[in-house]
Ligand binder design. Structure first.
Ligand SMILES: Nc1nc2c(ncn2[C@@H]2O[C@H](COP(=O)(O)OP(=O)(O)O)[C@@H](O)[C@H]2O)c(=O)[nH]1
Ligand SMILES: [Mg+2]
Length: 451
């Protein structure tokens, strides 16, 4: 339970139609009443009613005409008494309201402190709190829809069901350890095995959907690479419909990486143009080439570009686990006969022209297929943060060890019980039931102020 009252702007700093200042905590009503200059309105703020008031500072100097809405505990975002002041959208007015609230006893909220209080007061679990942060940062409609469903508790329900099943399993196992020889449960092994095998499958599905959710929330990294002068920068410009990258017929023009965000079917993509890969003695160009290799290691997809003048002589081994789309660019320079012949000899390559736009639509299609992007991506319930992924992997390992133990001949129920309890702790940590304070603080510190 918090005894102090916090205040913060809930809208971005700047000029706008309105701005919202939020207060939460037991003194909220008292503090706001001191700002209201009309005696009739003081102490009469009706919960969930918008009231037009004149606000003044501690010296009775007018601040603004604002709308005040009071949310009475426990029916508020934080679970505490909470007041939203919608004032004119001027940073000066916002600052003045906040400093006056502080004069009357509030303190400035830490980042994410409103949501942290909501979590502490049982208004939401940690998965839902993380969904709030992801929703605010969503870059696409798909991503916001996924996060909204998490905020509504769809992932939490799934994890709670999983947790309940594991509690059932651990209870059966520990009961067996407590009772005497002649009461032993028949078919215990197969019962527990059936439960954990099903949960293992479900966790596996959640884990494998993580990459998709990460791409939805943070964007997929698509790296354009290849030798110099094959048209990589031109392709970046064509795909992104910009002229971000400088193109030139001089090999080695692009020395640094160029990053352009774009949306493909609602999925955010960071398209990166890189320095052409070749052996070079020039220090600056070599730095660019090293940078290219670093990006290739991190990529979700590599677009490897060649041009018809060139045989595939790249000496670099591309990362094995990253999908690659191989492209032959500049096919507009070919005659019809040459085009046909290259189509047969390089059937695995996509023939395009970054200059004329030939087959660019097909390339976009292939990018989506390779990244497994579809418009229904947000229909799956997935884990969305690396914290959730780490804990779920831990749980998955414990459950798989449990399965191995159950399948081995000895009934090692002590060990099984330890593994299952660790699995339960991991799920508890995802939901915030058993999460250490420093991890909690770390999560909420990443929020914006006023959320
Ligand atoms: N004819 C033709 N020229 C192209 C095409 N794409 C790029 N170029 C030209 O090839 C040269 C090198 O292009 P650039 O994009 O700078 O290549 P990069 O070094 O791989 O980034 C420039 O003169 C471009 O205008 C294409 O599809 N067709
Ligand atoms: Mg270039």
């Amino acid at each position: 339970m918090n005894y102090d009252t916090i205040v913060a702007p809930a809208t971005p700093y700047g000029i706008g139609g309105i701005a919202v200042v939020r207060l939460s905590g037991p003194q909220s009503l008292l503090i706001v009443n001191k700002l209201i200059n009309n005696n009739d309105l003081r102490l009469k703020l009706k919960p969930r009613h918008a009231t037009l008031v004149n606000l003044q500072d501690e010296n009775s100097v007018a601040i603004d005409e604002s709308i005040v809405t009071f949310f009475e505990t426990p029916n508020s975002y934080t679970g505490e008494d909470l007041i939203e002041i919608s004032c004119h959208g001027s940073p000066v007015v916002v600052d003045k309201i906040i400093s006056t609230c502080c004069h009357f006893g509030a303190r400035i909220a830490d980042p994410g402190e409103f949501t942290k209080r909501a979590f502490i007061n049982g208004k939401m679990d940690l998965v839902q709190a993380e969904a709030v942060a992801s929703l605010i940062h969503s870059q696409s409609v798909e991503s916001s829809q996924l996060n909204l469903r998490l905020l509504h508790g769809e992932l939490s329900t799934k994890l709670n069901n999983l947790r309940q099943k594991l509690i059932d399993a651990v209870s059966m196992v520990e009961f067996e350890l407590d009772i005497s020889e002649d009461e032993l449960q028949p078919d215990l092994n197969s019962h527990v095995l059936a439960i954990v095998a099903e949960q293992s499958q479900q966790i596996h599905e959640l884990l494998s959907s993580y990459k998709q959710a990460r791409m939805l929330n943070h964007g997929a990294l698509v790296v354009i690479a290849g030798p110099p002068n094959v048209g990589k920068s031109t392709l970046l410009n064509t795909l992104s419909e910009t002229d971000r990258a400088i193109t030139s017929n001089l090999p080695g023009t692009t020395r640094d990486t160029i990053d352009v965000p774009l949306l493909l079917d609602g999925v955010p993509i960071n398209l990166v143009d890189t320095a052409g890969i070749r052996q070079t003695v020039e220090e600056l160009e070599q730095k660019g080439v090293n940078r290219t290799f670093n990006y290739l290691k991190k990529a979700d997809l590599i677009i490897l570009v060649h041009d018809p003048g060139e045989v595939e002589t790249l000496y670099y081994n591309y990362p094995k686990n990253v999908p690659i789309i191989k492209i032959m660019n500049k096919v507009d320079l070919l005659t019809k006969t040459e085009l046909d012949s290259i189509q047969t000899s390089h059937s695995k390559q996509l023939l395009i022209s970054a200059k004329t736009g030939f087959n660019i639509k097909l390339l976009k299609q292939q990018i989506k297929t390779s990244l497994r992007i579809s418009s229904s991506l947000s229909d799956n319930i997935t884990i969305t943060t690396s914290r959730q992924q780490r804990a779920l992997k831990q749980c998955f390992n414990n459950i798989n060890t449990t399965i191995e133990l159950l399948n081995s001949q000895r009934s090692a129920y002590e060990l099984i019980s330890i593994e299952l309890r660790e699995a339960l702790d991991a799920i508890g940590a995802i939901l915030g039931k058993t999460t250490p304070d420093d991890i909690l603080n770390n999560i909420f510190n990443q929020f914006c102020v006023g959320k």
